[in-house]
Design a protein around this ligand. Structure first.
Ligand code: URP
Ligand code: ZN
Ligand code: ZN
Length: 459
């Protein structure tokens, strides 16, 4: 089967050119003009033709806080596709005392029969010993070269500095990448207990007990440990000015420190956590939403490349059935927000349409940089001969209103309810197959493939 995407503006991280895209089977055959007849033609006149989004931070079916995130790989990847994302990298979670390979098998078994789009895996490592360090090498051989560690959640996920340094030293030898949840969990937990003892149980206290200074401190420490180990480090879900400054300082003195931020930190704020009644629970995630004045600095970080990636940390929980677990104790509200469907358009709307970044920078942030850093380029993340035909035909002029009534994520609320955004992923292709067209979904559960990723490539 051949297909021509005709008459659009093809955007990559380096160019925006009027050109047609010729697809043969699953791959892009050529980008240019003057191609002959094909089996199918998609008219992209007045549209941008961009790589499918790559969201390197999702949690489908994640067990957390006595419940499980509400999107499975079927609903979550369908929602991703509607939003223009054609690849996710999700997380396998090591249980206490569990072999990393068993944790990976478990998450792959969940994803395999259900996923509509291609997916890779990172590994969440919750304990470090000689056997786990050896198992990290084996994970890399299975195409899982990135490991998330936590400086938060004592007794659950948190690792001490010695263990973090041991893991980083291992990646100096095996070429893996440490991804860090950088919040200092010790003092945070003391604050949480203090607030609860004082009867401060409402959702806003989630934000007040996880101060930005503790994210800044942990980010600085993670980068110092990586510098000592002589390895790159990737800070996940960076939310604050303090953490950004730590990344910037590290990069300025030549440390290969990288970071992602997420739409929630660019658009939402502590004021949302303070919404009346229990509404603030909808906005509980960690690190927490910050005062609104942090947002402009994060946008600046995206412009200056001190932040290289926008991912979602998609981890949805229903308001009525799941967030409610913390009705009388904010520390029991499951942490995480729905976002996988909204990332592409939100970043377009607030970034490109608002005049902060170019379409090329947009592509870099949502597709090319994540593909490069997480071992998927040139197969994914760009529009070039030989790459997978993962393509979004994007209408920049369409306006729509985000709402739980119309989104496809399996969650009963939207963090962006009522917000009007510019831009619509009108046609979405994965490996040449139409996933979204004419407002209809054409995907197949299980059609997504597991992506064995290569080692980290500098951003
Ligand atoms: O609140 C969050 N971020 N939930 C997902 C787990 C994590 O730490 O990324
Ligand atoms: Zn995290
Ligand atoms: Zn996460």
């Amino acid at each position: 089967m051949t297909m021509l995407i005709k008459g659009g503006t093809v955007v990559t991280a380096s160019d925006a050119t009027r050109a047609d895209v010729l697809i043969d089977g699953e791959r892009i055959q050529a980008v240019g003009t003057g191609f002959g007849e094909t089996d199918t033609v998609i008219d992209a006149t007045g549209r941008y033709v961009m790589p499918g989004g790559i969201d390197v931070h999702t949690h489908m079916e994640l067990p957390f806080g006595g419940t499980v995130s509400s999107d499975d790989f079927a609903t979550g990847t369908e929602a991703a596709a509607w939003g223009g994302t054609t690849t996710i990298v999700d997380f396998a979670v090591q249980g206490h005392g569990e072999e990393l390979s068993a944790a990976l098998d478990r998450q792959l078994a969940k994803a395999g029969p259900k996923s509509h789009i291609d997916y890779g895996m990172h590994m969440i490592v919750r304990e470090i010993n000689d056997q786990v360090l050896r198992a990290m090498d084996a994970m890399i051989d299975r195409g899982v070269p990135s490991f998330k560690l936590f400086m938060a959640y004592p007794g659950v996920f948190m690792l001490g500095d010695g263990d973090i340094f041991r893991a980083m030293s291992r990646t100096a030898d095996n070429g893996g990448l440490i991804m860090m949840h950088a919040e200092n969990g010790g003092p945070i937990d003391v604050l949480v207990q203090r607030y609860l003892a004082e009867g401060k149980t409402a959702p806003i206290n989630h934000g007040l007990t996880r101060p930005a200074s503790m994210e800044g401190e942990a980010t600085h420490r993670a980068i110092a440990l990586a510098e000592l180990a002589g390895v790159p480090v990737y800070i996940v879900h960076l939310s604050s000015r303090e953490a950004l400054n730590a990344v910037r300082e590290g990069r300025d003195r030549g440390v290969p420190a990288y970071a992602e931020t997420c739409p929630q930190y660019l658009y939402l704020s502590l004021d949302d956590l303070a919404r009346p009644g229990f509404e603030g629970a909808k906005f509980v995630c960690s690190p927490p939403l910050r005062p609104a004045d942090h947002q402009a600095e994060l946008w600046q970080g995206l412009i200056t490349d001190d932040l290289q990636v926008v991912a979602t940390d998609h981890c949805p929980f229903d308001y009525k059935d799941q967030k409610i677990l913390g009705k009388s104790d904010f520390s029991l509200i499951p942490n995480g927000l729905p976002a996988v469907e909204d990332r592409y358009t939100l970043l377009w709307d607030g970034g490109v349409a608002a005049g902060h970044i170019s379409p090329m920078r947009f592509v870099e942030l949502v597709a090319t940089a994540p593909a490069r850093m997480f071992g998927l380029l040139p197969r994914k993340g760009t529009i070039a001969a030989g790459s997978d035909a993962d393509i979004v035909v994007f209408d920049p002029h369409a306006r729509r209103t985000l709402s739980a009534a119309t989104h496809h994520m399996r969650v009963d609320y939207s963090c962006y309810e009522g917000r009007t955004v510019r831009g619509l992923p009108e046609v979405v292709l994965q490996r040449g197959n139409v996933l979204v067209r004419d407002g209809k979904f054409h995907g197949t559960p299980g059609a997504g493939r597991f992506l064995e990723r290569s080692r980290f490539g500098p951003g």
